[in-house]
Ligand binder design. Sequence first.
Ligand code: GLU
Ligand code: MG
Length: 487
Amino acid sequence: MGSGPAEQEDHARRATARLDAEGVRTIALTWVDNAGIVRVKTVPTPRLAQVVHSGVGMSPIFDVYTSDDIVAASAHLGGPDGDLRLFPDLDRLTVLAAQPGWAWAPVDRYDQLGTPHPACQRQFARRMADRAAAEGLEMRMGFETEWVVVRDPAAVAPGGFAGAGGVGGPAWPDGTGGAAVPGSSEVLHYPCAGPAYGMTRVVELSDYLRDVAEALAVQGIEVLQLHPEYSPGQFEISTAPADPVRAADDLVLVRETIRAVSQRHGLRACFAPTAVAGQVGNGCHLHLSLRREGRSLHRDPDARWGLAPDAVRFLGGILDSLPALLAVGAPSPASYLRLVPSQWAGAYRCWGVENREAALRLVTGSPADPEGGNAEIKCFDAAANPYLLIGTVIAAGLHGITSGGQLPPPVTGDPGALGVRERARRGITRLPVSLTEAADHLEGAAPLLEALGEVLYGAVMAVRRAEAAQFAESDPEEITAAFRWRY
Ligand code: GLU
Ligand code: MG
């Protein structure tokens, strides 16, 4: 909650006046559950000052909800009892460009006495960022968002397009151009036909993509790049690095904005790890960079790859923990359909300099840029709770610093193309191939368990085990269909 209650209420009153003037009637207060679902309570704008004072009630049970709303009880959380208070972060209060009359703010969760909820993922992330700061490390993070866009059948009325305000172009010619999804009755109609990374796709969807970029700009999100990706209908947006909690907030805002703009164009955005089983999926890569006393630890003139010793240890800690981190960063049964070799998803535990097949890619950037250089963790996807993810990644990195983490020699080329024996010789292992395997690794990862704490860890694990069990017998098409529109 940061500043004191009086300042908060004053801040809320000023914010209410501004929102009123902008015609904002309702505020969406979001947090992300352990299954990766953005959960919400909304309040009328005039209630904001009261909400900042006493919060908004919400049951703690959602901490053990699976992504399809089944309750998976843990030792600490589960039943119908209890209430938490949601407190919006007014520093992130944002008028939503693609939802007229709406604003948004992320929340922190407390109990009724004002004690932080031990399973509040956002406060966990902040605690870990504070731990890094206490070690003198300044961290910057940023997520990439990939999504597949298709025409929304619900937006097409017989005889024409029924999207909001008639924007977004003509209806698709019925019965043509749709791609039947193998093993499912669903037909995906892509609104663009151009090739991967092709300008054709940008021309085909120029109004839509402009509106995505415009909405984000108006909301104060700095876009670094927006481009067509590999799979049909797939795009990617990357945003400017920020402090870790802000980066996680930004990811939520970016995704919900893309969803809203898509809908206004009669389109539907799929962020799930796989839109179509067997095709290249949607990643949600995490970039991070480290500084100490204002100097980049990726630009050490005396060090190999420019990596200062603490950066090596930090990245070594992350590389070491990747199998366990997958239970946080690739938390869905669908994640393991995406995480396959030779699709730039980072299916092998190894690192490489600008190697897009390595789970950990060192991005050197232009040597002329003193600020440049970061590391990209590629094996994560958008089913992840971004707050849990940044918190556990920081915990793994800090453990690397205290335990003398190391980086083995970097890998060049596709590790999937090496023979089994060569991979074994170089210590390159395949990352977990199932949610169960990843959850088993998390169970054995003491530094991550210590960081998460018993209550949050127990809830995460209950959700992982429940989703793994639910889909244990399902084939890739069934899993893809179940998760396609979930995140
Ligand atoms: N779509 C790929 C993934 O699943 C990533 C492609 C890229 O390197 O941007 O992660
Ligand atoms: Mg990409």
